[in-house]
Design a protein around this ligand. Structure first.
Ligand code: PEP
Ligand code: MN
Length: 342
């Protein structure tokens, strides 16, 4: 729409779009409002809208995804979480154990994360394990532990919804609902995540292209949930020196085509703790909006992913390094002082 388009003119375009059986998605930007059209199969005739009052131009979106694209929204999507404005200048640090194992274990690690300046606590209550004989997570009991630890520390929590059966429980207890790599193309789950009323952390599938990641996020936005954080967590390649290959180039690639924030998870990419800090540095350097890392104070006793968990001192070191890097990159790691208390 033109910069001076009136609300009535915007409504007029919305009505015209709807009268053709299509969905109109008004997107208010800093300069002007765009009205995105979805629901069309094939090309929409530009002449249907070009001459309506207030219309500046009709742009054909060249990608299969729309709502997530910069063509629909030029400015970054930003929102507040844990005292951090994700998608803006701030860098978000999410940290915690792979799995919630007990109240004491989760609290100990959360206190360390809080005192070192981390913003969000992670921890799986429902675990996607390769083997059915491995620890599967504490389930709803784990969600309750996370909620108690949030109460005690003030750290908001992010945890995975493994399937649609548990999504409502996860959305009830968590501040952010995580969709794991194995579920990136679980379209029923994506739709339900789009309706859950919580921000969603969407992890890239280990075999997914960036286009497929965009389309997965599109499912969530299409349900009216714009609060999506993407996460690069490593992809399958032929190398065997790491568990997965962190696709650092995906971060600037996503930034170019999408307004959504993207963070990196170097822990699941590396699979070994000695490579987590170097990959975390690289992620921030290429423009990630934050990090998600696994931390454990007793990794030898961890019920999952102990090998990749940073030790407490390493997490403190990581936070110091990220703060230094942020200052060179004209970004910032918000400190505890600016965070809301419980
Ligand atoms: C996790 O973050 O807990 C996890 C299981 O990661 P991913 O889905 O990326 O494998
Ligand atoms: Mn893990």
């Amino acid at each position: 729409m033109r910069m001076d388009a009136s609300p009535d003119e915007i409504d007029g375009v919305v009505s015209r779009v709807e009268s053709h059986g299509l969905k109109a998605n008004p997107i208010a930007g800093a300069q002007r409002t765009a009205v995105g059209i979805t629901g069309n199969i094939g090309v929409v005739e530009p002449g249907l809208f070009e001459s309506l009052p207030g219309v500046l131009e009709v742009i054909q979106v060249s990608h299969p995804y729309k709502l997530v694209s910069r063509e629909f929204r030029a400015e970054n999507t930003t929102f507040e979480i844990g005292g951090v404005e994700i998608g803006g200048r701030d860098l978000l640090v999410v940290a915690g154990p792979c799995s919630v194992e007990s109240f004491e274990q989760t609290l100990r690690i959360a206190e360390l994360i809080k005192s070192s300046g981390g913003h969000l606590l992670r921890g799986g209550a429902f675990k996607p394990r390769t083997s059915p004989y491995s620890f599967q997570g504490l389930g709803v009991e784990g969600l309750k532990i996370l909620a108690r630890v949030r109460e005690a520390t003030g750290l908001p929590v992010v945890t995975e919804a493994l399937d649609i059966d548990v999504l409502d429980d996860v959305a009830e207890y968590a501040d952010i609902v995580q969709i794991g790599a194995r579920n990136m193309q679980n379209y029923t789950l994506l739709r339900r995540a789009g309706q859950c009323g919580r921000p969603v952390l969407l992890k890239r599938g280990m075999n997914a292209t960036v286009t497929e990641l965009m389309l997965a996020a599109e499912y969530i936005l299409d349900q009216g949930n714009e609060h999506v954080i993407l996460c690069e967590r490593g992809i399958r390649t032929f190398t065997d020196h790491t568990r997965n290959t962190l696709d650092v180039a995906a971060i600037p690639a996503v930034k170019r085509i999408s307004h959504l924030p993207i963070i990196a998870d170097p822990s699941h990419a590396a699979g070994q703790r000695d490579k987590v800090i170097p990959l975390a540095r690289a992620s921030v350097a290429v423009g990630a909006d934050g990090l998600m890392v696994e931390v454990h104070d007793k990794p030898d006793e961890a019920l999952s992913d102990g090998n990749q968990a940073l030790l407490p001192d390493q997490f403190i070191e990581l936070m110091e390094e990220i703060r230094l890097l942020a200052s060179v990159l004209n970004r910032q790691v918000p400190s505890q002082a600016s965070r809301q208390q419980p």
